[in-house]
Design a protein around this ligand. Structure first.
Ligand code: TRP
Length: 363
């Protein structure tokens, strides 16, 4: 069985360093690993519209931001198919048939949908499209025959819902769809990078993100203003590294070699943490180091972004070509689905003959 990756993002804003460690970096590694026969990365604009119906312009404007973030992180259109969800109408057809295989109560139990409904104060008036987006996400995943879905923890319920739909479909209509597996980032700090304010999650609305498209100066200011241990008031005070976002970012971004280069008094992060914990190490010093560490990752990303920004029409062309190629794959899956459901009447010569015989049995 071919090994196929599909994953994606909603284009509701530029991507941040949480996206980078939580998914983008891993996707580039998977792309370059040579293990996968195909890699599809989707800009999920239709899904973004499920809770932004009144702000289509926001979604429209952010497609190019996300595409630039992808390319600048090292996703390579000659190896990875970049596509825009709304340009693949087959996904809507698949969703329509999958809807019959999922109950309302099952959707209500989906933990991600539950918490998103709360976050958006949708309790009293949930758009139907939003409520059913896990089904559309199952269409995204199955349309491309994905075996592997690299995602953050918050998307696990979506992959689980997809697996249920696949099992149900295959048991009712015969083996047709591939059951995917989720792939989480290995490093725990990468699972959910906190905001620079120490809040659990980076989020545009909380204004606590470091964006891949931020300038070096923006990043420096944000790092220097980061929340740390509120009880670490003087350099001599013992500090806490757990729940201290500066150290969580270091867990996610820093490698031993970076100490030799930028902070040679310490061999590794363990030594730095030990010093901070026992006292005598100031926040400013740690933050300056973090800024260097972040810049090591972000400088090449920024440089590639600058280049692509010079040729925006080429970026749209990449998305167009990718969407066309993706559509062929999705159309093949839809054909298989319709054949399994026996709603491919005009190709079903046995059906036509059988019906003909029923009405003119003599012939
Ligand atoms: N739900 C994902 C997010 O909010 C985006 C997405 C849409 C996706 N379709 C997908 C992710 C298919 C993985 C697979 O980020």
């Amino acid at each position: 069985m071919p090994k196929i990756i599909l994953t994606g993002d909603r284009p509701t804003g530029p991507l941040h360093v949480g996206h980078y460690v939580g998914s983008l970096k891993g996707r580039v590694e998977l792309q370059n690993s040579g293990v996968y026969d195909k890699v599809f990365i989707m800009i999920a604009d239709a899904q973004a519209l499920t809770d932004n119906a009144e702000h289509p312009e926001k979604v429209r404007q952010n497609i190019i931001e996300v595409a630039l973030d992808y390319l600048s992180c090292g996703l390579d259109p000659s190896r990875t198919t970049l596509l825009i969800q709304s340009q693949i109408p087959e996904l809507c057809e698949l969703s329509f048939y999958y809807m019959n295989l999922v109950t309302v109560s099952r959707l209500q139990r989906n933990p991600t949908v539950k918490s998103e409904i709360q976050m958006r104060n949708f309790e009293a008036s949930i758009p139907v499209g939003f409520f059913t987006y896990p089904i559309s996400q199952a269409a995204d995943i199955t349309a491309f025959g994905a075996t592997t879905v690299p995602v953050g923890e918050d998307q696990l319920p979506m992959v689980e819902q997809t697996r249920e739909i696949v099992r149900k479909f295959n048991s009712v209509y015969g083996d047709t769809l591939t059951e995917p597996e989720a792939l989480l980032p290995g490093n725990k700090a990468c699972l959910r990078l906190p905001g620079i304010d120490g809040k659990e999650k980076m989020s545009k609305s909380l204004n606590n993100c470091i964006y891949l498209s931020d300038t070096a100066e923006d990043v420096r200011k944000k790092v220097m203003s980061m929340f740390t241990d509120p009880n670490h008031l003087q350099v001599s005070d013992p500090g806490k590294v757990e729940g201290n976002p500066v150290f969580t970012y270091l867990d996610a971004f820093c490698r031993d070699e970076m100490f030799a280069e930028y902070l040679p008094e310490y061999a590794n992060l363990e030594e730095l943490k030990a010093h901070y914990t026992r006292g005598g190490l100031g926040d400013v010093k740690v933050k300056k180091f973090l800024n260097r560490v972040l810049e090591e990752t972000l400088t090449p990303v920024r440089a590639r972004r600058k280049e692509w920004e010079q040729d925006i029409p080429a970026v749209y062309e990449i998305l167009k070509k990718g969407s066309e190629a993706a559509r062929e794959t999705a159309a093949q899956t839809l054909d298989n689905v319709k054949a399994a459901m026996k709603i491919n009447y005009f190709e079903d010569h046995a059906l036509i003959a059988e019906q003909a015989k029923k009405y003119r049995p003599a012939e």
